[in-house]
Design a protein. Structure first.
Length: 400
């Protein structure tokens, strides 16, 4: 086997002539201290392809210098891939994203979480699904984060997409397709817009209703169930999903407590376990709240299993976050009360209890927190109206 050379071949480019008489262009470069000759088997040996080989080698050297060179991108079938910590593979990230979700399902992740994973997988696949794992570098991860941010995705969405991507890259690393997971330690917050505040259980934007607002809301209720739901929410501090999922089997009027065992996830229209382990709890009811449940039982107990039932629902007689929001927007409008999410009824309950001097460990347990730390961090408000032990609702509003 001999080699044929031409005058003035560019540096790092040579021509190998095989016994059959065929010729192959070869470029040679040094990567991680190792000399790497790689054939360009799909190129004819002519002047234009010699120039192409020169440009390709220069591009590779530039990427090596900038620490962005991915061997598998240029030579996916090279015998040197394993030498540099990656197996030869034709599998794309799409396969590893599926593998990550399949393993999540196998380990018993909640159905609502799996639906979220599937949604994030579809989103991130549009950016990286067709790439091989070895093509993912810190630089490409940064570029995807910036592009998703410019495309209008929220910080939370991008973070959740990257969580699924990290799981997929973990799978690729375990299969030997990449030596390590490049996304580990990536500072996402450095490259996307500041997270927007959202109203959920850990939010800092606590905005409780005062007593005048609550009574205005009660006066504006159009049905007995609306009145009872408003009052019970303010007297128990349930999460939105918990009040939607509350069933009569978990209400013990005789002994004066309710069990919180389920949470309704509107995005997947499923009733599942509570948000956290601490969320599974029992809440003691005072005499006033017991009376409220007794009145509500007369309205819905014979109709179905749920304490609060949406008469406008087409199939399930169950509220979800969307129907709750529609109701509460209308209620605030009718009452001429500044609108905020109905979730602030939970915040109002917490603020009332703090203003009345309730033990914070006991309150944390009632709210479904593992400790009072959340209360120290976020519930600093004291509303003078609530300092006494009187009912928060006026008799006139209740009896209307």
């Amino acid at each position: 086997m001999g080699e044929k050379t031409r005058k003035k071949l560019p540096r790092g480019v040579r021509i190998k002539t095989h016994r059959s008489g065929a010729s192959t262009l070869i470029i040679t470069f040094t990567y991680q201290g190792i000399k790497c000759p790689e054939p360009l088997s799909n190129r004819l040996v002519d002047d234009s392809n010699i120039k192409y080989a020169e440009r390709l080698r220069a591009e590779i050297l530039n990427k090596i210098e900038n620490n962005t060179f991915v061997y598998a991108d240029y030579f996916p079938n090279s015998s040197k891939l394993e030498l540099f910590g990656a197996k030869k593979t034709t599998d794309t990230l799409s396969k590893y994203l599926d593998k990550y979700i399949n393993h999540a399902e196998r380990r018993g992740v909640k159905p609502s979480t799996l639906v979220t994973y599937e949604s994030r997988k579809r989103q991130i696949s549009g950016w990286v699904g067709k790439l091989k794992p070895a093509a993912i570098t810190l630089a490409s991860i940064r570029d995807v984060a910036i592009a998703m941010d410019k495309d209008g995705h929220s910080y939370t969405t991008i973070r959740n997409c990257f969580k699924v991507l990290k799981g997929a890259l973990d799978e690729a690393a375990m299969d030997g397709a990449i030596p390590t997971n490049p996304i580990i330690g990536f500072p996402l917050a450095n490259y996307v817009s500041k997270p927007k505040r959202t109203i959920d259980d850990d939010d800092t934007s606590i905005d409780p209703f005062n007593k005048a607002e609550l009574n205005a809301l009660l006066n504006a209720c159009r049905t007995d169930q609306e009145k009872l739901m408003l009052q019970i929410w303010c007297k128990t501090g349930l999460r939105t999903g918990e009040i939607c999922a509350l069933k009569w089997e978990n209400v013990n009027i005789k002994r004066g407590y309710i069990k919180i065992r389920e949470n309704y996830v509107s995005m997947v229209a499923l009733t599942g376990t509570t948000k956290t382990a601490a969320g599974s709890r029992e809440i003691d009811l005072d005499d006033e709240t017991i009376e409220l449940f007794e009145k509500q039982r007369l309205i819905t107990a014979i109709k179905g299993e749920f304490v609060f039932q949406n008469d406008r629902a087409v199939s399930k007689m169950q509220f979800d976050s969307y129907s709750i929001r529609r109701w509460f927007v209308r209620l605030c409008d009718d009452a001429a009360v500044r609108y905020r999410y109905a979730y602030h009824l939970r915040h109002t309950f917490a603020t009332i209890q703090i203003s009345q001097g309730t033990n914070l460990w006991q309150l944390a347990e009632t709210l479904g927190h593992s400790s009072p730390q959340m209360l120290y961090n976020h519930y600093g408000s004291f509303i003078k109206d609530y300092a006494g032990k009187d009912s928060i609702f006026s008799k006139k509003a209740v009896q209307k």
